[in-house]
Design a protein around this ligand. Structure first.
Ligand SMILES: NC(=O)c1ccc[n+]([C@@H]2O[C@H](COP(=O)([O-])OP(=O)(O)OC[C@H]3O[C@@H](n4cnc5c(N)ncnc54)[C@H](OP(=O)(O)O)[C@@H]3O)[C@@H](O)[C@H]2O)c1
Length: 264
């Protein structure tokens, strides 16, 4: 919503899609709202046709829709895992497949795929989301190479924690094995805290709008707090076990504080 609103303010004709827009179609502060479910091929087709009827072939596609289900690897069911992959990965590829013929016919275009710093490193209890964002990273690299001859640019947005409010309606895996309960509850509270105190999503929207004004878009836009961007660099240079210990300690903080309290 913040990105769509920033683009609209910056003068773009925006058609914004979400499932909830089925109940509130029409013009809004983030552009023209249309119902869209990226997991449904018919909905994707319908959305793209209506958007084209409104404003013609698109100059830019921003793939932002994503879901996150928190849970231990052992507890997340196949269906829960598939739902995350279908929305976050197949949703993006369906949208891209639909707009590419229009962009190629135009002779140019830009595709902005939302990844995450979780597309570059893992954190505990977000395995499905992390796997999906790693997939987005990989296929976006392939896409950029394939589309370069057609003057269609690809950009990966890699946000750190932002205050989008999504932790309020975040899904959790249906089951939680007792052996993971303490670690899960600590990690979930750290994740909520980090998001609630995260970066400003309006600023993220403006960074994307500013990048879209440039003659060439960067391939990667890593947006977020310094420590989170640093974590990605450390992930690439530190021995894996040391990095794992550092990240693991961060997500255990509350457990340790709790233990200290109960022993204190
Ligand atoms: N917030 C963060 O800290 C953070 C960090 C890194 C990356 N990101 C990425 O940034 C993007 C936005 O995240 P957010 O935090 O703003 O999440 P959010 O508040 O949950 O927003 C997700 C959006 O995706 C839409 N959506 C979900 N499933 C959909 C579907 N099947 N079809 C169409 N639209 C769908 C939702 O609308 P409906 O439910 O109405 O469909 C909603 O507008 C995501 O790609 C996320 O992975 C966020």
């Amino acid at each position: 919503l913040h990105t769509a609103a920033a683009l609209k303010k910056d003068g773009w004709q925006v058609v914004a899609g979400a499932r909830s827009f089925a109940n509130q179609p029409g013009e809004g502060e983030m552009g023209y709202r249309l119902a869209l479910d990226v997991t449904s091929r018919d909905s994707v087709k319908d959305f793209c046709l209506k958007a084209e009827e409104l404003f013609g072939a698109p100059d830019v596609l921003v793939n932002c829709a994503a879901v996150l289900t928190l849970g231990a690897v052992e507890d997340i069911s196949d269906d829960e895992f598939k739902n995350v992959l279908t929305t976050n990965v197949i949703g993006q590829t369906s949208m891209i497949r639909q707009v590419l013929p229009l962009m190629r016919a135009k002779g140019h275009g830009r595709i902005v795929n939302f990844s995450s710093i979780n597309g570059l490193m893992g954190i505990p209890f977000q395995s499905a989301y992390t796997a999906s964002k790693h997939a987005v990273e990989g296929y976006s690299e392939c896409l950029a190479m394939e589309l370069a001859p057609y003057h269609i640019e690809v950009t990966l947005v890699e946000p750190g924690d932002h205050r989008s409010g999504s932790q309020a309606y975040r899904k959790r895996a249906q089951s939680l094995s007792p052996c993971y309960a303490d670690a899960f509850s600590a990690a979930a509270s750290v994740i909520s805290h980090d998001e609630a105190t995260g970066s400003d999503p309006d600023k993220l929207g403006w960074i994307i709008a500013r990048a879209l004004r440039k003659r060439r878009m960067p391939f990667r836009l890593r947006i977020g707090r310094f420590d989170q961007r640093l974590a990605v660099v450390l992930h690439d240079i530190l021995p894996a076990q040391l990095f794992s210990w550092i990240i693991g300690s961060h997500y255990k903080k509350q457990v340790d504080e709790g233990r200290q309290k109960s022993h204190g």
